[in-house]
Design a binder for this molecule. Structure first.
Ligand code: NDP
Length: 485
């Protein structure tokens, strides 16, 4: 039977919206300081918007300078008592937080999607379960700290200031808080301006878990609040996830102060497809690598390197697969690609895509109906990309993949490493030896083989070069929160 004779299957999906009805958000949230929600001293109240509807979800207090000082003071006051608890006792609190995240999983997933625009399928299946898993994982480490640092004596650093971005608001909060608390530190966490809500629900969970007051503070705020937080004189540790530009600013601000610093910054990760790979499987991995969370992923496989001999086949299959991605309502359980997180981010994506076209790369964007309100960008692929093009070098942080080709293994490695970043990489091949050889030559903190964007709380995550330093996850994630002697 020729392909023309086969019945074509049209996948029609009825809408399957997740109802936000049972979500009990407050109209307005205070700052979580000293174990209670407080009115800001010198901050303001701001509405957090749903990027899919441009409607407010809830009002949130933003911290001012005095609020930040109060949060750090409360964390400082709570730290000796928290550190004095046995590791077993601290672990019990973390375990409780993990269980409460699981109990409120549906609510957290819906709020994450409403506040940030990501498909509820991802919030439900990835963000929330992984956030709980991080607390479970570090609950287990709390009474075994010295085993995590090669049998040496380990003591907490003190008060940690933690700043997280808008792409994985709850998950990044878990990545930061769980190891800090397990090690006996207290923490002041600033969520991103556009996505503060699930961190505030996590504050409620800390209350429900009866975490001692002051051990965790959640202080939403804008970039200026982040800058002020890292400059507070009484912090011992700063942990930041976000853009390389801000990471550099923080590093400069902390220079000479003896404050421990972890930076998890941007990336332009290479996803390398060799001719001997299982190509259909690779295409699924490419899709997951770049269209997961609208490409708002620091380790997104945004530079697709395909061996020349299979480039046309892979691009053909990828384009066909892209056409089947469903873009739209983040609360619909069928949605693959949700809303862009903010107007500013949409403008950034559009600017870089325009630059790509201007520099001569060939753009193809999936034709799909986009909702009238909200911020959207349809899945896009660029071919004929030269290594010097901006779209091959700069982090687009959107659903846009740039394709480059290579002929030999050596050329693949050279092109993959030709980046100021070094966060992650993917290798698609059916030859195990080749995968190991290439992986050991790549300058990337995480290398996935025949998979992509695969996260586990027991695995270390972090970068090289301009992607930052320090590791999060697993026993390696304890070290940045401990003084080891
Ligand atoms: P930022 O780096 O500005 O934001 C990350 C966090 O840092 C947010 O909580 C932010 O607050 C805060 N912040 C902003 N300025 C400062 C400062 N001077 N000192 C301390 N904290 C600060 O990222 P953007 O949201 O502006 O995104 C810009 C680009 O950065 C994106 O297009 C993307 O390329 C990249 N990015 C990379 C991320 C990653 O995980 N690697 C994550 C997010 C962005 P606020 O939200 O209020 O601005």
């Amino acid at each position: 039977m020729s392909t023309q004779e086969r019945t074509s299957i049209v996948w029609d999906y009825a809408p399957a919206p997740e109802s936000p009805d049972h979500v009990r958000l407050r109209d307005s949230y205070g700052l979580f300081i000293g174990g209670e929600f407080r009115d800001p001293l010198d901050g303001e109240r701001v509405r957090s918007m749903n990027p899919a509807t441009e409607e407010p979800v809830a009002e949130v207090a933003f911290a001012g300078e005095r609020d930040l000082r109060a949060a750090v003071e409360a964390a400082r006051a709570a730290q000796p008592g928290w550190a004095a608890l046995s590791g077993l006792e601290r672990g019990k609190y973390l375990f409780r937080i993990a269980r409460l995240i699981q109990e409120r999983a549906r609510e957290l997933a819906i709020v994450e999607s409403m506040d940030g625009g990501k498909p509820v399928r991802e919030s439900r299946d990835v963000d929330v379960p992984l956030a709980a898993a991080h607390f479970f994982h570090y609950a287990g480490w709390a009474d075994k700290l010295s085993y995590g640092v090669g049998g040496r004596a380990a003591a907490p650093l003190g008060v940690a200031a933690q700043i997280v971005p808008w792409n994985f608001p709850l998950l990044m909060a878990a990545w930061k808080l769980a190891p800090a608390l397990a090690c006996g530190n207290t923490a002041v966490l600033k969520p991103a301006e556009t996505t503060p809500l699930t961190a505030l629900l996590l504050a409620e969970i800390c209350q429900e878990a009866e975490l001692p007051p002051g051990v965790v503070a959640i202080v939403p705020g804008d970039g200026a609040a982040g800058a002020a937080l890292v400059r507070q004189p009484d912090v011992d540790k700063v942990a930041f996830t976000g853009s390389t530009a801000v990471g550099k600013d923080i590093q400069a601000a902390l220079a000479g102060r003896g404050v421990s610093l972890t930076l998890e910054l941007g990336g332009k990760s290479a996803n390398i497809v060799f001719e001997d790979a299982a190509l259909d499987q690779a295409v699924e991995g490419i899709v997951n690598g770049i269209f997961f969370n609208q490409g708002h992923v620091c380790c997104a496989g945004s530079r697709l390197l395909i061996q020349e001999s299979v480039a046309d086949v892979v691009i053909g299959k990828l384009w066909e697969r892209m056409g089947r991605l469903r873009v739209g309502d983040p609360l619909d359980k069928n949605t693959d690609v949700g809303a862009i997180n903010s107007r500013e981010q949409l403008e950034r994506i559009e600017e870089l895509v325009t630059a790509g076209e201007g520099e001569g790369a060939v753009r193809r964007t999936v034709a799909c109906e986009l909702p009238e309100r909200g911020w959207w960008f349809a899945p896009t692929i660029f071919t004929e990309v030269a290594p010097a093009h901006r779209i091959a070098v700069e982090e687009i942080f959107g659903p846009v993949v740039s394709v480059l080709t290579f002929r030999t293994q050596a050329e693949a490695i050279e092109k993959a490493n030709a980046s100021p970043y070094g966060l992650a990489a993917g290798i698609w091949t059916d030859k195990g030896a080749k995968a190991f050889e290439v992986a050991s030559a790549l300058q990337a903190g995480v290398v996935w083989q025949n998979t992509y964007n695969h996260f586990d709380p027991s695995a270390a995550f972090g970068g090289y070069k301009e992607s930052g330093f320090g590791r999060e996850g697993g026993p390696a994630g304890l070290r940045p929160y401990l003084r080891v002697s």
